[in-house]
Design a protein around this ligand. Sequence first.
Ligand code: MIC
Ligand code: SF4
Length: 643
Amino acid sequence: MGYTLAQKIIKNHLVDGEMTVGSEIGLKIDQTLTQDATGTMAYLEFEAMGVPRVKTERSVAYIDHNTLQSGFENADDHRFIGSVAKKHGIYFSRPGNGICHQVHLERFGKPGKTLIGSDSHTPTGGGIGMLAFGAGGLDVAVAMGGGAYYIAMPKMVKVNLTGKLNDWVAAKDIILEVLRRLTVKGGVGKIIEYTGEGVKTLSVPQRATITNMGAELGATTSVFPSDEITKEFLRAQGRVGDWQALSADEDAVYDEVLEINLSELEPLVACPHMPDNVKAVSEIAGMKVDQVCIGSCTNSSYTDLMTVASILKGKTVHPDVSLSIAPGSKQVFNMLAQNGALADLIASGARILESACGPCIGMGQSPNSAGISLRTFNRNFEGRSGTKDAGVYLLSPETAAVSALRGVLTDPTTMGEAPRIEMPKAFLINDNMIVEPESEENMQSVVVLRGPNIKEFPASDELAENIGADVLLKVGDNITTDHIMPAGAKLLPYRSNIPQLSNYCFTACDEEFPARAKKAGKGIIVGGSNYGQGSSREHAALVPLYLGIKAVVAKSFARIHRANLINAGILPLVFKNEADYDAVELGDSLTLDNIRRHVVNDEPIILRNETRGKDIEVTCELSGRQKDILLAGGLLNYTRDKA
Ligand code: MIC
Ligand code: SF4
């Protein structure tokens, strides 16, 4: 029996466990990346581990999220990350160089290698045949120190692409179609592999759009084969030596197959407030638009922005629309400047932003009250844009650009001839914004620069024998980490200041939660299904830890967040019968007895609702390693104990 592409890469990197679906496997990690919003914490954790120099083939620290710098905090964090990187053997991509995933694809990613990044969209690397995962900062710190990365061996899903995209239909429409069919929890525990004749019609940036947004399926990761198209992309990046051919075996066996005929797709749009709330653009065309934002790690490549420039050329953005454009990298930005396309964008009235995440994470450009914002991004969770009552729609650069001109959501297929943009034979290569680390001999001389905004990492205790605590919050299905620990321009500067962040935990759902938690000193959270979807931010676990949360009981968890809870020493418990979700209410007193013993021996766990006199069965499926981490009170304690 042959292997799928992902199974081949896993097999080459397996250092622990067996490749049976659901069981825990440890993977050797070749490359890591961090961004600044999760990076400060990751590097504090790396320092706490006491490893002098990273042991990976390549580790890169990017600055792309917190670039607004409305106070000293972000600039201090950039300096901290820059100096820590220099000292410990990490390449440093300076602010202005671009969004981590775009730059990593251009300059560092290699087919067949493993990559983990402290950002949920790290699977973008699957566009050039890498096996790339989003992870919490602690997992990235451990990988930098040479430790394995642990996941549950995923199921394999094949998406068989046939046909060819019609004019005006984009890669974004392919992944929106997958989201429409599988939903935001349809990818949990699965790797999505793209195969079939249709793959040959897609460029690397198009493939990367698709693997990037596989994060919204909850998938472990997504991957494309590495073929001649990959080779030409790497050649154009001056890195053809990094190429190798990779594909699944003919007789590979998949757990699930999805057929998509590219010729049958039409422009699609994800409506508020979930990426899987997908409709055809033609269904809701004509809706008045207030804002259009083009960019983000999903759609800010050279070809994306050249397409936009050719649509806008010689025209003016509709008077009622604010259009912002953020190129994904300095390479893209510079190429647009050199070939004149930037002049076309400026002339049309577009507001050009620096190469960074920007509006995608609420760093500026929040829409007006109840505003309708069309974005080429990957997430449209309620409030993420910074305007709570805004309606954010996710769509392709093509649909975004034509709608910006018309002032209403417009089906681009009604616009006549589509622009044709060729992939460049050679990209503009200038790595002057990537700082190399200090040599091993001189690394001791580097002084790490810490600002006053960096506060202690919250301490966690060993898992208690008995837990008694009240339900401090009860929430519904599909709670995102943006609900748990909101981001945006006001809060992102405090990513290294957990005490300050704690005042905003869950305020998107319940303004009173932080005060209630501080008063109680300890508590339990009750959630629905797919709890913790979205971002990889470990702050969504560290802040609850700081607030005394001992356990989260939910119908099901998203992968990265569940791992972050375990890493923080918080119990992720699952209702054995989903209906028991209704048997606990806000304020109920709950007890868990002999929990250490039950966890160690895989015994049934009873959650007793003292208020209602009801016993509820919950489960906590853990690998041996995860048990040890929880017993120790988190991954940091566990790693220290082991050392
Ligand atoms: C996001 O898109 O939500 C982020 C901001 O990039 C996060 C990381 C973070 O919260 O810092 C992610 O996707 O992991
Ligand atoms: Fe940045 Fe947005 Fe991509 Fe997250 S999804 S890495 S905030 S561009």
